[in-house]
Ligand binder design. Sequence first.
Ligand code: 13P
Ligand code: SF4
Length: 428
Amino acid sequence: MSTSTVSVNDAVVAAPAQTCDADLAEHPSIFDLVPGYGPGASEGDVMPDPVVRPGQLPAAYQRMSDDELHARIRAAKETLGSRLVILGHFYQRDEVVQYADFVGDSFQLANAALTRPEAETIVFCGVHFMAETADILARPEQRVILPNLAAGCSMADMADEDSVETAWEQLMAAYADEHLTDADGREIASVVPVTYMNSSAALKAFCGRHGGIVCTSSNAATVLEWAFERGQRVLFFPDQHLGRNTAKAMGIPLEQMPMVNARKPGLGLSSEELAQARVLLWPGFCSVHKRFTVAQIDKARADHPGCKVIVHPESPMPVVDAADAAGSTDAIKKFVAASSPGDVIAIGTEINMVNRLAAQYPDRTIFCLDPVICPCSTMYRIHPGYLAWTLDGLVEGEVRNEIVVDDATAADAKVALERMLAALPKDA
Ligand code: 13P
Ligand code: SF4
């Protein structure tokens, strides 16, 4: 572990700080060339083919000073005016967030793209599945750019289309004899597929084709209610933690939430487990949020009696249970906004967002539950160098790093995404 200063929010992270990988001090274009997710929270996850997307930042942009990169971004934004809209996820670094026309969680950013139909180009400073979603929801003449094609999501890659299809076939076979009706005598499905937004367009399309829906961390409870109005059970992928935490909050007992293993016959479940299942969980997880522990919460409370703890629902269930609250990135933002000067708040989510909230509310003590600085290593790959390079391309008439979802996939995925947009978060 490094004890040197890192380039993650230098302004607010006091040195010396511990980071989960010394390479975080390097320019992201260096680790783009190494297979896998690079240094940081996702280290150890294997990025499968064909998802490996090497970085391609020209050497000239790697060498440019920060001042020049920022001058180029500002000039390009000025030139492109309303033809361009830049979206930034809460987890992006401040150097990038400052240029975003909209900053939000994945639900808000899916909506944000729709509010700027006049923009020819949507530059998505986030990760690959977010840019795919924007392309699916955008008007046909709009194009979507992901500044660094290596910005994927290790969790999204934990559910591939073939494995989900295999699991689905097994479930359809297991429940083939069921003929279910609701209280009004209407037929309902044995299983409704629900994919977390953090998944490929192909899986969103799968849900669209099979009567399913997409959820985000902000509307997962509404989405599960929607699914249970239409089916007896839910297949929830890829994030086991969001699925478990949301279903548990709805009162579903843990023994009715078995985890499936698509590689095993019968999904690794007994006939009793299959029969009593209400939510079939996929074994995916987020490498950033799995780092949070109950011991960290205990320590925060011991060090700061009276402190409040809020975590993202991608955190493991014992952590969510031990926290005072759990919610999407936007819910975390609202929780902090509703606090009072002098409050102490420990947050279990990505470090860039925590540090931004700490800087925004200097009259409160706000810190990350994890004492080690470990950003989402794929979000981190959107460096100002990539933003400057892709924006310069637009000014020169060259579209770089466009994300295009094929028409057939987009049509099916749009069905599931439109259902998602109609399922409003409970606090909306
Ligand atoms: P939100 O849906 O809260 O924006 O989170 C997205 C994400 O990737 C969290 O890890
Ligand atoms: Fe994926 Fe986790 Fe990063 Fe979110 S924080 S983009 S779920 S790896």
